[in-house]
Write a protein that binds this ligand. Structure first.
Ligand code: 4H4
Length: 235
């Protein structure tokens, strides 16, 4: 999979991309992550990329020209046979869920567009007709952190990125029931008087699976909905 990140701050991604999971995935050729700087597409002496909003109001907006030119340059840098899914990171976007991560991981190519300041000029949205994704109902100083969240959630779903022992198949929100992972235990068998449940030491895989499913159902129903504040059942 190729992921292009369109950003004003590519330097923010250096450490993140050299980290163990993504570094190994890129070295193994499972992932090709490229960074493009919007400012490289700014014109004029001052290479301006943002400006005040028409109609007044606080803050600045990203000007449409450099952003759209940068995205179009990135899109042109690949064979037409490799269609790219363009996603803008913005609080106004659809919520990033495990299901959305799985959908994005099925794409051959992603282009992640990082917002800054007070967001994008509407004509960026109109021109690119891009997907819009939010990592949560809060406002960040930049979409770069959101892009890192998307990259991490997507990369770990790509075949070969996680070793078998780390398979994402049993993760929370995965599978058809989308349940939250229940309690998990590792050595020692007793820690400060707290023992590992006997069923997990039994070797009876049927009983263990049944116990884990029951615990996952309980953990899922204990989760409160971010909107209603009531216990929720993931679909
Ligand atoms: C975009 C800030 C839009 C404010 C931005 C607005 C997120 C998020 C984010 C920098 C950019 C912020 N990106 N999930 N949450 N004017 N990005 O906060 O719509 O309020 O993905 S605005």
């Amino acid at each position: 999979m190729r992921i292009d990140v369109v950003t004003l701050f590519p330097e923010m991604f250096q450490g993140f991309l050299e980290g163990s999971l993504l570094g190994a995935a890129q070295k193994a050729g499972l992932l090709d992550i490229r960074l493009s700087n919007i400012r490289d597409f700014a014109t004029g002496v001052h290479r301006q990329v943002d400006d005040r909003p028409y109609g007044g109001g606080p803050g600045m907006l990203l000007m449409p020209g450099p952003v759209v030119d940068c995205v179009e340059s990135v899109l042109a840098d690949a064979p037409a046979s490799q269609p790219a899914h363009v996603a803008m990171l913005t609080p106004a976007g659809r919520p990033l869920t495990q299901q959305v991560a799985e959908e994005l991981a099925s794409r051959e190519r992603l282009v992640l567009l990082c917002g800054r300041y007070e967001g994008f000029d509407q004509r960026v949205c109109d021109t690119l007709a891009a997907d819009q994704i939010s990592i949560g109902d809060y406002v960040l100083s930049g979409g770069e952190v959101a892009a890192m969240v998307v990259i991490d959630a997507v990369a770990r779903l790509l075949p070969g990125v996680l070793g078998d022992e780390q398979s994402a198949v049993d993760d929370s929100f995965s599978g058809t029931d989308r349940l939250v992972e229940g309690p998990q235990y590792t050595r020692p068998r007793e820690f400060r008087g707290l023992r590992v449940p006997d069923v997990l030491l039994s070797g009876d895989h049927g009983q263990i699976a049944a116990w884990r499913h029951k615990q996952a159902l309980a953990a899922t129903s204990r989760r409160t909905s971010p909107t209603t504040g009531q216990p929720t059942q993931t679909s």
